[in-house]
Write a new protein. Structure first.
Length: 157
């Protein structure tokens, strides 16, 4: 009885796990925060079942996380073999300054961008975000503005 239960339970776990990651996009992006002089890079992750795109990034002396919820991704046209679209949404950002002054930034952000599926598994994109947040370190400072611009790619599988 226990062996049958374990076999069924294991089969369910495998089935649910496989379904959760059936359409996953993993990629990288590179960019600049306008006006700051900071250049950086990020790893991105999108799982179809979750409503947001996650990134872990490093800019100069700051590491951070973002989560962006796309409200829409309408197609503009078909370019070559894949659709060219634009997207827009809102998100959250958090960053930890690791230089001489350790600080913590929390921000809301608006995101807009262009994405193109060059070939079936490859998406490339260009996006800009407007971030407004508070810097907590020593004395809290508000407002902290940022405008990261990123060029990136994601492979979907």
């Amino acid at each position: 009885m226990n062996k049958k239960f374990l076999a069924v339970f294991a089969a369910l776990i495998v089935a649910v796990s496989a379904g959760a990651f059936a359409k996953t996009g993993i990629g990288a992006q590179f960019g600049h925060v306008i006006g700051s002089g900071y250049w950086g890079a990020a790893l991105t992750l999108k799982v179809e079942q979750f409503p947001c795109i996650f990134a872990i990034d490093a800019y100069y002396t700051r590491i951070g996380l973002t989560a962006d919820w796309w409200f829409g991704n309408p197609t503009i046209t078909t370019l070559g073999s894949g659709p060219l679209g634009w997207y827009y949404g809102l998100g959250l950002a958090a960053g930890l300054g690791v230089g001489s002054n350790v600080d913590f930034l929390v921000a809301g952000r608006g995101v807009i961008g262009l994405n193109w599926y060059v070939i079936e598994p490859l998406e490339i994109y260009l996006q800009i975000a407007a971030q407004l947040g508070v810097d907590i370190g020593g004395e809290p400072f508000f407002p902290v503005w940022g405008f990261p611009v990123n060029l990136g790619f994601r492979f979907w599988f």
